[in-house]
Design a protein around this ligand. Structure first.
Ligand code: ATP
Ligand code: MTE
Length: 178
């Protein structure tokens, strides 16, 4: 297990937010989520970019390989529209895909909104970094992260990352007994 402080990449993928046509609420919602849930020290590395490849590929690679984030969370660009390319970029730069994340997030989101099935959100591993896609709608962020967050600290342990602990009154980080 690494002693380094946890760095979490937060990537808003939105043409309009990146152009300043609306204020980005997705990135700040992810920031607030981890501030609320995590009890261990961590620091954010935030980016707001348009739905463009190879810019998204380069941003994800940089957060994994140069910024050494143990976790990168994206928001936006997971739908069916022509410019939605976040899952493709994630799959292209990861060595392993983690399809259970997308399956679970779609399943819980479906309890909230029938259009949850329009998100192709996925997750994957690049080196020692877990990348998780969230939909662009800011209210999706807490709904999706609450579903997958219990498994994320153990996943990061398995990637030799920093030990993440959660505030028990907020969330239980599940680690199987050895
Ligand atoms: N980063 C964001 N900040 C605030 N609201 C957002 C953000 N992303 C999406 N939304 C809201 O969710 C709605 C649905 O998201 P949609 O998929 O249309 O946007 P997007 O693909 O992220 O943005 P764009 O079309 O500009 O790339 C948007 O109309 C907007 O109201
Ligand atoms: N929890 C949750 N999931 C959701 C939504 C939502 O409002 N809440 N919106 C859906 C909609 S309408 C779309 S089009 C897809 C893709 O959104 P994105 O392209 O902004 O990533 O996410 C879906 N998943």
């Amino acid at each position: 297990m690494s002693e380094r402080i946890a760095r979490i990449g937060i990537v808003t993928v939105s043409d309009r937010a990146s152009r300043g046509e609306y204020e980005d609420r997705g990135g700040p919602a992810i920031l607030d989520y981890f501030r609320d849930v995590l009890s261990t020290a961590w620091e954010p590395v935030s980016r707001v970019i348009p739905d463009e490849r190879p810019l998204l590929d380069d941003t994800l690679i940089s957060l994994c390989d140069l910024e050494r984030c143990c976790l990168v969370v994206t928001t936006g660009g997971t739908g069916p529209a022509a410019r939605d390319i976040t899952p493709e970029a994630t799959e292209a730069i990861c060595q392993k895909l983690m399809p259970g994340f997308g399956e679970l997030m779609r399943s819980v989101s479906l309890q909230k909104v029938p259009t949850a099935i329009l998100s192709r959100q996925t997750a994957g591993i690049r080196g020692e970094t877990l990348i998780v896609n969230l939909p662009g709608q800011p209210r999706a962020i807490g709904e999706c992260l609450d579903a997958v967050m219990p498994a994320i600290p153990y996943c990061i342990d398995l990637l030799n990352g920093p030990r993440l602990e959660a505030r028990p009154e907020r969330l239980v980080a599940f680690r199987p007994k050895k």
